[in-house]
Design a protein around this ligand. Structure first.
Ligand code: AMP
Ligand code: ZN
Ligand code: ZN
Length: 456
C-alpha cells in the first residue's frame, strides 16, 4: 500500500511538472530588448524612476550586470545579442583595424558585414527559425550580417527621437499578417550626457528623468495597442560611466614619439600598433605612468577574455578608473567608460518585466553574455555557440522553480521548529504514559516485598 502512495505522488508531480512546462512553453512569447546607453547601475539610486520602479516591483531586477571588456558601446551591444565575449564575436572595440585586409571600422563606418560575421546575432537566428525580428538603432541591426538584416529595421540616425523609434517598434509588433516576435530598441542617453557633463553632474539627473519618461511612453504605447500583456521587456545597457578629471591625464607624448606607433582606439583603453619594434614601444610605454597598465597582447589578463582575435592589437593600454589617455593636451570629456569591466562604475543594470518573468525578484549580478541564452529560452530558439549560462538567469523566469536563500532559511528554521515541537510532544507523552505505569510497578514490587515472607 505504501508503494502505491509513492508511485501516486511521483505520478502527480510528474504530471504537474509537464503541465507547468506546457503552460510556460515560451516559443510563442514576444520580447523587446531595450538599451539605454551608459545607464550605470547605481543611477537607480540617483533618481526616483517612477515608471522603471513600477516595472521593478512587478518584475525582475539585476542590480549589476557584469559586462564585457572593453566596456564600450559596440562590443557590449554585440555581446548581449550573441552571448559571446568580444574576442569571440569580433567587434573588439568601437574602432578597429584589420591588418590582413587593411580595413578600418568606426562608429561612422560600421556597415561592412566583414566585421560582424564572426558571430550570429539573435535576430538572425530568430529569422532562420521562422520568425520576424525588428531593429530600432541597435548597433548592427542596419548591417546585412550573415547576409541578413532584421525583417524590419531603421538605418542608424542619432537624431531620430526615442519616441519615433518606439512608434516603429509598436508598428512592427502589430504588423499584420507578419508581426515580429523579437525587437531591439536603442537610445543614446544617458551616455551622451554622461560624457559631456560627467556622471556626478546635475545634468545627469535631468537626463535620467527623460529616460524614465521615455520608459513611461513605451509602456503607454504598449498598453494603447493591446501589447502590454503580450510583449516581454528586457531593459538594460551596455556599460556605465566614470567621472574624469583634468587632474587625471596621461600624456603619451611625454613618453614616446608619435612616429613609433599608430593609435587604433582611444581613451581609456588605447590599442597601439607599433610601426616597427613592438618591444621598444612596449618598454617606453610601460614606464610611462603608474595609472596606466601596459600589456603585450599575449599578456592581457585571461579574465578580460580579450586576446584571441587578430583585431586585438599588439599592445593594449588600460587606464585606471577616471584617468584619461591622450597624446597631448586636455581631456576630451568629463565622463568616460571602457575601463576594466570588474569596476562597479562600468556595469549597468537589467530590468525584466512581462508574463514570462518572475515578479518582485531581485538578484545581485549576472553576466551580460547570459542574457543571450535567456532570450533564446524565452523565444524558444536553438542557441548558437556562446559564452553565456542559462543557469545564471533561469530564476528570472516565472516558469522555473527556484528557491531563494530566504526561502531555504525559512524552510530549515520551520522544519527545525516542527521537529523540536514533535520531539517535545513525544517526550511529554512518554512521560505521561510512563508515570502511572511506574507507580503501579512500585506498588507491585511493594506487594511482592510484602509477600516474600509469606511465600517463604
Ligand atoms: P560609446 O561612447 O561607446 O557609448 O558610443 C556611443 C555612441 O555610439 C553613440 O552616441 C552614437 O554616436 C554611436 N552609436 C550608437 N549606436 C550606433 C549605431 N547603431 N550605429 C552607429 N553609431 C552608433
Ligand atoms: Zn555605450
Ligand atoms: Zn559612451
Amino acid at each position: 500500500m505504501s508503494n502505491f502512495w509513492v508511485y501516486f505522488v511521483l505520478f502527480v508531480s510528474g504530471f504537474l511538472e509537464s503541465l507547468c512546462n506546457n503552460a510556460t512553453n515560451t516559443s510563442n512569447a514576444r520580447l523587446l530588448l531595450v538599451s539605454f546607453d551608459g545607464f550605470r547601475a547605481d543611477y537607480l539610486e540617483r533618481y526616483a524612476f517612477p515608471n522603471l520602479q513600477k516595472m521593478i516591483s512587478d518584475g525582475a531586477l539585476v542590480k549589476h550586470v557584469k559586462n564585457v571588456f572593453v566596456t564600450k558601446t559596440f562590443p557590449n551591444h554585440y555581446s548581449i545579442v550573441t552571448g559571446r565575449y568580444a574576442e569571440s564575436h569580433g567587434i573588439v572595440d568601437n574602432s578597429m583595424y584589420d591588418a590582413a585586409t587593411n580595413k578600418t571600422f568606426s562608429t561612422f563606418s560600421d556597415k561592412d558585414k566583414f566585421w560582424w560575421n564572426e558571430a550570429t546575432p539573435i535576430w538572425v537566428t530568430n529569422q532562420r527559425q521562422g520568425h520576424k525580428s525588428g531593429g530600432a538603432m541597435w548597433p548592427g541591426t542596419d548591417v546585412p550580417i550573415q547576409n541578413t538584416t532584421p525583417s524590419y529595421y531603421l538605418n542608424y540616425n542619432h537624431s531620430v527621437p526615442f519616441r519615433t523609434r518606439v512608434d516603429h517598434i509598436i508598428e512592427w509588433f502589430s504588423n499584420s499578417p507578419d508581426p515580429m516576435n523579437f525587437g531591439t530598441l536603442y537610445w543614446e542617453e544617458p551616455d551622451s550626457t554622461g560624457h559631456r557633463h560627467g556622471p556626478d553632474s546635475e545634468e545627469i539627473n535631468k537626463t535620467l528623468k527623460k529616460v524614465d519618461d521615455n520608459i513611461g511612453y513605451l509602456m503607454d504605447q504598449l498598453q494603447k495597442f493591446g501589447l502590454s500583456n503580450i510583449v516581454n521587456l528586457i531593459i538594460t545597457s551596455d556599460h556605465g560611466m566614470a567621472q574624469c578629471s583634468e587632474k587625471k591625464v596621461i600624456r603619451l607624448d611625454n613618453c614616446i614619439g608619435r612616429d613609433n606607433y599608430t593609435r587604433i582606439t582611444y581613451s581609456p583603453v588605447t590599442a597601439i600598433l607599433p610601426i616597427e619594434n613592438v618591444h621598444y614601444v612596449y618598454t617606453l610605454l610601460s614606464k610611462c605612468d603608474k595609472h596606466m597598465k601596459v600589456y603585450l597582447k599575449e599578456d592581457i589578463p585571461d579574465r578580460f577574455h580579450y586576446k584571441h582575435n587578430t583585431r586585438i592589437q599588439p599592445i593594449l593600454l588600460v587606464a585606471d578608473e577616471g584617468w584619461t589617455i591622450v597624446q597631448n593636451g586636455s581631456i576630451p570629456s568629463l565622463g568616460d567608460h571602457g575601463y576594466d569591466n570588474a569596476l562597479p562604475s562600468m556595469q549597468p543594470l537589467l530590468v525584466a518585466y512581462g508574463p514570462v518573468f518572475r515578479k518582485a525578484y531581485k538578484t545581485d549580478s549576472i553576466n551580460s553574455v547570459d542574457v543571450y541564452p535567456l532570450m533564446c529560452h524565452i523565444l524558444g530558439l536553438k542557441e548558437e555557440p556562446n559564452n553565456g549560462t542559462f543557469r545564471n538567469v533561469r530564476c528570472m523566469m516565472a516558469s522555473e522553480s527556484c528557491v531563494g536563500l530566504p526561502d531555504v532559511i525559512g524552510i530549515v528554521i520551520g522544519s527545525l521548529m516542527i521537529l523540536i515541537t514533535l520531539s517535545c510532544l513525544i517526550i511529554l507523552l512518554k512521560k505521561r504514559a510512563s508515570s502511572p505505569h511506574r507507580a503501579f510497578a512500585r506498588l507491585q514490587l511493594q506487594d511482592d516485598d510484602d509477600d516474600d515472607p509469606l511465600i517463604d
